[in-house]
Design a protein around this ligand. Structure first.
Ligand code: IMP
Length: 430
């Protein structure tokens, strides 16, 4: 049996929701392995729209097990707010269908406070985070002072750990001229939510290894995207986790051999939210037009996304650093009606041509895109379900992308509807 990891190939928001939903309908277990409620997935099933942040997409489909792996940072209040919101839509989530890694790290109210205070401070780099405490929670994990979900079983331990953790964070808040946070603001809330969270906990790695050996199909659901990866992305303008396929193993407790196919979701153009370098950004009416047609507003924060041409250099880099086997190309229909389209094939920097994005942030901000121009198409690609339904110029555009990124298209999505897909290679097929 094949297990599939789905990851973002750009800066997130590539349209993973629809593809993950389609794949999750064909899998037995859906696993989140990194990130937290900074992610936002919109699923439309039988005309009903579900907005998920932290929950794996499998939860809205009956008969699946959803798993939140140890690589995820969990805000328990946000988790139960999400569970309650989808319960109001008729989807009941119980420990029978959702399992949470007992060793996953918790996001506490202090993490959001620190995240937002740092972002608001002039002396620190503004990243444009989602303000949800993701970065500070991962920092605590690596610094070995985090509260993990399993700690909630022992109230005394929770109190002692929160005191120790606040020593660190309050020093920072004092430096930022912000009010300090006391353990009394956090411990009672944690103890109050503990009885609700504890029944969901288990060593999920045991379950996943057993499922893998029994030949069940596992779908690893990535969040954000390759260029937001803390190692390989546009550091420091990144999220605080590894977003690549390797993290699917580490963040769930399976060996890397359990991931047989890596599907990279890639949009037919480029968007980014938050700050940071964006070589092909279009700050003109073309960028406005793409944003308007593509409804490029953030699911989590509602922020307007920055838009630009397809950057083949960046996606090729993502293909290599994330080990992408095939891509799902999304939102091709947004490009319908443009007379010409540009693709970035290289960068110019100080008279040199580069075929990769340099690591230094200042250089990333200075590279100039080298474009190749292709003719656009006037017919619509929306709703196409076979290559023969696509205009010749659209096929040429897709084929050129494949060549430049050195990776085949496995799936082409031509509208938000689930059925509007051209399937070239089934990621679950051996
Ligand atoms: P954080 O993950 O909240 O720390 O934000 C760090 C950066 O990642 C910011 O630029 C965010 O806009 C971006 N980011 C985080 N989650 C997502 C996502 O799901 N989609 C797109 N960008 C994201």
């Amino acid at each position: 049996m094949t297990n599939v990891a789905v990851i973002g190939g750009q800066w997130g928001d590539e349209g993973k929701g629809k593809i993950v939903d389609w794949l999750s309908s064909r899998s037995d277990i859906v696993v989140r392995f990194q990130g937290g409620h900074n992610a936002g997935h919109t699923l439309v099933i039988d005309g009903v729209t579900y907005k998920l942040s932290l929950l794996p997409s499998g939860v809205v489909r009956g008969g699946k097990i959803s798993v939140i792996g140890n690589g995820v940072v969990i805000d328990p209040w946000a988790l139960f707010a999400e569970i309650d919101a989808i319960a109001a839509q008729g989807v009941t989530i119980t420990p029978d269908c959702l399992r949470i890694a007992e060793n996953a790290v918790l996001i506490l109210p202090i993490h959001g406070i620190v995240d937002r205070a740092r972002e608001a401070n002039n002396g620190t780099v503004t990243i444009g985070t989602t303000g949800r405490g993701i970065g500070p929670a991962y920092e605590d994990k690596i610094a070995r002072r985090a509260i993990r979900a399993c700690d909630l079983a022992d109230p005394d331990e929770v109190a002692a750990k929160v005191e120790a953790l606040l020593l660190h964070h309050n020093a920072l808040l004092r430096g930022l001229n912000q009010p300090e946070v006391s353990a009394q603001d956090i411990v009672p809330k944690l103890l109050a939510i503990a009885p609700r969270l504890l029944p969901y906990l288990e060593p999920v790695w045991l379950r996943l290894n057993a499922a893998h050996h029994q030949g069940q199909r596992i779908l690893f659901e990535g969040a954000q995207g390759a260029m937001l990866d803390v190692d390989h992305g546009t550091y420091p303008f990144v999220t605080s986790s590894n977003t690549g396929a390797g993290q699917a193993a580490t963040g769930s407790g399976l060996g890397p051999g359990a991931i047989n196919y890596v599907l990279g979701i890639v949009k037919a153009y480029t968007t980014r939210v938050g700050m940071g370098p964006f070589p092909t950004e279009l700050q003109d009416e073309v960028g406005e037009r793409i944003g308007k047609i593509g409804h490029e507003f953030g699911t989590v924060t509602g922020r307007k996304r920055r838009c630009g041409w397809f950057d083949a250099v960046m996606v090729r880099q993502a293909v290599k650093t994330s080990g992408i086997s095939g891509i799902a190309l999304t939102k091709l229909d947004v490009l319908d009606g443009f007379t010409e389209l540009k693709i970035c094939t290289g960068y110019r920097l100080d008279g040199q041509v580069l075929d990769y994005l340099p690591a230094r942030s200042k250089l990333q901000a200075r590279v100039e895109p080298i474009y190749e121009t292709l003719p656009g198409w006037s017919d619509t690609t929306a709703g196409a379900r076979s290559w023969s339904q696509l205009p010749a110029a659209a096929i040429k555009y897709v084929r050129r992308l494949e060549e430049l990124i050195d990776c085949p298209v496995a799936l082409l999505s031509t509208s938000p509807k689930r059925e509007d897909v051209i399937l070239v290679h089934d990621p679950f097929a051996p």
